[in-house]
Design a protein around this ligand. Structure first.
Ligand SMILES: NC(=[NH2+])NCCC[C@H](N)C(=O)O
Length: 407
């Protein structure tokens, strides 16, 4: 049972991982609010849970210890003050302004045992759940005259544990998210890394109070010395500057940060939607954007001043140089077909989770890309993916490594 954090690569043998089993939050999705909540469709919860359980079982069979976000948050509630603080901050960040509404929500949450309370926060609270237990609130709700059905919005993207915070080396970066809908997710990270007995002392590389956005799907650990971070729809250059400054000067191993400038669009929201590492010298990429990636190298010079230079040349060669490899193979999503590439990238064909070098978890539905990976000598663990993929994230997005062996 490892405690603390150790994550020095994308491909070292995975020992412990954080997942979130989708829950009631998916049953609080409504067609009119899908876009704001970053969904394109409404997954069928029961089936999504079955698929997610298959994902967790697949990882356990590979010797990985699976822990769940809800449990870590509940275990972080170490005393009554922490609990009261969590409720207070959660409601404040959920935009609950009216005193009557806040009191009623406090009563509702306070009455639940820790785990159930955390699940209720994640699921969101319908006004109809509150109406019955307070006449005073009933007056407020009918007087307020707005027909928005939620007292607290759901957090449907929580099963993408990759994004709200990220483990890097022996520390963590807690994120400011690009959208309001995902920003509340990082509050759980804050409580885990402030209070959980196994995690409260880990170094902090970035914090949710920063002013520019950074999301975990943009952070890839290419080696114990080299990080890659996407400049994307979700992650701004300023955040990368700040992250580089702390990680390169304070971490024990990291020496370089490669910033990958990628197109800013919904389907390529994070670097890991178009590029993931599958082996020491193999990567899967979305071919349509290869021409559109620019790489910047960030390093501290002898005087500990940040130096940034733009790399020219092919991605293979840039990776070869910075990772000290003799050759690099890029395995294209869709295996050379423009149509298959676009379709399978949309369902996270290039979003793989390595459980060890040359061994990755993939969605079953991306058959063309999966065949290409196998032909390149990669061992696949396939998981079902009809419902989970509707949230626009794959095996890598759905997992946050807490402990990997060194590569
Ligand atoms: N690391 C990732 N690629 N995560 C995918 C997150 C998908 C989620 N619906 C969002 O838009 O935020």
């Amino acid at each position: 049972m490892e405690t603390g954090i150790h994550n020095t690569s994308e491909i070292g043998r995975l020992k412990k991982v954080l997942l979130h089993r989708p829950g009631g939050e998916l049953e609080n999705l409504m067609p009119e609010y899908l876009e704001r909540l970053l969904f394109d469709d409404i997954p069928y919860l029961k089936e999504a849970q079955r698929e997610h359980d298959a994902f967790a079982d697949c990882l356990r069979q590979q010797g990985v210890e699976v822990v769940y976000l809800r449990d870590l948050v509940a275990e972080s509630i170490t005393d009554a003050d922490v609990r009261a603080d969590l409720i207070r901050q959660f409601l404040e960040e959920s935009g609950v302004r009216d005193d009557r509404l806040r009191e009623s929500l406090e009563d509702y949450l306070s009455a639940l045992p820790d785990k159930e309370m955390v699940s209720a926060m994640m699921a969101g609270v319908r006004k109809s759940q509150l109406r019955t237990n307070s006449a005073r609130l009933g007056d407020y709700l009918s007087a307020a005259g707005d027909d928005y059905p939620f007292a607290v919005d759901p957090l449907p993207n929580l099963y993408f544990t990759r994004d709200p915070f990220a483990t890097i080396g022996t520390g963590v970066s807690i994120h400011k998210m690009h959208t309001a809908t995902r920003n509340r997710e990082t509050l759980f990270g804050k409580f885990i890394f402030e209070h959980h007995p196994d995690y409260r002392n880990v170094p902090r590389w970035y914090d949710r109070g920063e002013t520019s956005s950074l999301e975990g799907g943009d952070i890839l650990i290419l080696s114990p010395q080299v990080l890659a971070v996407g400049i994307s729809q979700r992650t701004e250059e300023d955040s990368i500057d700040a992250l580089a400054e702390t990680v390169l000067s304070e971490s024990k191993t990291f020496r370089k940060l490669l910033a990958f400038d990628i197109p800013k669009s919904r389907s390529f929201m994070h670097l890991d939607t178009v590029f993931t590492m599958v082996d020491r010298d193999k990567f899967t990429v979305h071919p349509n954007i290869l021409q559109q990636i620019t790489v910047f190298v960030m390093e501290l010079d002898e005087n500990r001043k940040m130096k940034i230079r733009q790399e020219d040349g092919r991605l293979e060669d840039i990776l070869k140089e910075h990772l000290g490899l003799d050759r690099v193979t890029l395995i294209p999503c869709g295996s050379g077909s423009e149509i298959d590439a676009a379709r399978e990238q949309w369902s996270d064909g290039s979003n793989t989770l390595a459980v060890g070098p040359g061994e990755v978890v993939v969605y079953s539905r991306n058959a063309v890309t999966n065949r290409a990976l196998e032909e390149a000598g990669i061992r696949l663990h396939t998981i079902p993916s009809a419902e989970l993929s509707r949230g626009r994230g794959g095996p890598r997005c759905m997992s946050m490594p807490l402990w990997r062996e060194d590569p």
